[in-house]
Write a protein that binds this ligand. Structure first.
Ligand code: ATP
Ligand code: MG
Length: 334
């Protein structure tokens, strides 16, 4: 296994009129070459802000990356993404790290044709001539499953359906053969059949191109199908990280257990939304000095309300931030 991205102790805050939003509070994780890492967690748990911080897409102000590192270990010497200049970051985005967001319509420029938008990325990042870039764009459109790519090249975003626009976003994300693709809820805005097609497309691309994927989602059903590892976030922190089978078989954080318990059933009519866990997510306007999940946790005891649990190893590649040992049914000793 080769680690290609190493994020350490990332802290991102927003200084708003309502106060400081403690959005990401010391997130650490790594990404291995060619793997799919799923990031799950309720709305507001800091999934998007973590990724936007790494990509240099946080609006500053009100946002501020207070501390941390995001080492792109593919480079020799490794580079810290949090310390690159804006032009360097632009070269990394799209060139080395592709990204696909939830809403393809707001990510595409409405006044440029689909073809022009992909061609631009290829001329900018790969330095291809316009002619070569156009030929490559048509190839890419076909590759992501758009029929009649020569004709479709000349269309504008509004002439595409939601699913096709997402395919275009994926074509842009992979145009320069990135080593990493970050997909933030890439299927949420799509209906279920199209969702499945987009998931399949990602799987095929990964198999053929070998890139690592960070897949952010609410949908633990999708996670089971595509992820190698899962990172569970809560209150802007990592609650648990494990290989996907270990996480489903032996979840160690009460929050993960809750999420899995809330997995939508196959016969449920609404398969998109998780049934929520009792209680409300933590107020991110207040700095916490205890476990963010303590208030909602049926196992919480004194220590959970007095200290922040660090991530501790509980098995091979399995780490959890919890003072309670669910397996033994009692507090941990250390
Ligand atoms: N530009 C901003 N200004 C102020 N607060 C922000 C800004 N962007 C994000 N936040 C806050 O940061 C916190 C984390 O948000 P984030 O978007 O990372 O959540 P998420 O886990 O991606 O949720 P979702 O599943 O809904 O996408 C939230 O409280 C959010 O309101
Ligand atoms: Mg988000």
């Amino acid at each position: 296994m080769t680690t290609i991205l190493q994020v350490e102790n990332l802290v991102t805050r927003f200084y708003t009129l309502d106060g400081v939003v403690y959005a990401v509070n010391g997130v650490s994780f790594n990404l291995q070459k060619g793997e799919t890492l799923a990031i799950v967690g309720e709305s507001g748990s800091g999934k998007s802000v973590t990724m936007m911080s790494i990509l240099g897409l946080i609006p500053i102000p009100p946002g501020k990356i207070e501390s941390g590192e995001a080492g792109l270990l593919l480079d020799d010497p490794p580079r810290d993404l949090l310390r690159l200049s804006p032009p360097e970051l632009r070269r990394v985005r799209g060139g080395r790290i592709g990204f696909v967001f939830q809403d393809p319509i707001s990510s595409l420029n409405p006044v440029l044709t689909i073809g022009e938008q992909i061609t631009e990325s290829l001329t900018k990042h790969l330095g291809l001539s316009r002619e070569k870039a156009k030929a490559q764009t048509i190839k890419l459109l076909g590759y992501v499953g758009i029929s009649d790519p020569e004709l479709r090249y000349k269309n504008y975003p509004h002439q595409f359906s939601g699913g096709m626009r997402q395919r275009v976003m994926i074509a842009i994300a992979i145009a320069c053969s990135p080593e990493i693709v970050i997909a933030d809820e890439p299927t949420t805005a799509l209906d279920v059949t199209i969702q499945a097609q987009i998931v399949e497309l990602f799987q095929r691309l990964q198999k053929e191109m070998g890139m690592a994927i960070i897949w952010i989602t609410h949908d633990l059903g999708v996670v089971a199908g595509i992820a190698d590892r899962v990172l569970v976030m809560y209150g802007g922190r990592v609650a648990e990280v494990a290989l996907v089978d270990d996480l489903y078989e032996l979840p160690q954080h009460p929050y993960t257990v809750g999420l899995l318990g809330a997995l939508p059933r196959l016969d449920a009519t609404d398969t998109k939304r998780l049934v929520s866990i009792q209680g409300t997510p933590p107020d991110l306007l207040v700095p916490l000095n205890h476990c963010p999940f303590a208030k909602r946790c049926e196992y919480a005891f004194e220590r959970c309300r007095a200290e922040i649990p660090a991530l501790r190893p509980v098995g091979a590649g399995h780490r959890v931030a919890c003072f309670y040992d669910l397996q033994k049914g009692k507090p941990r000793h250390d």
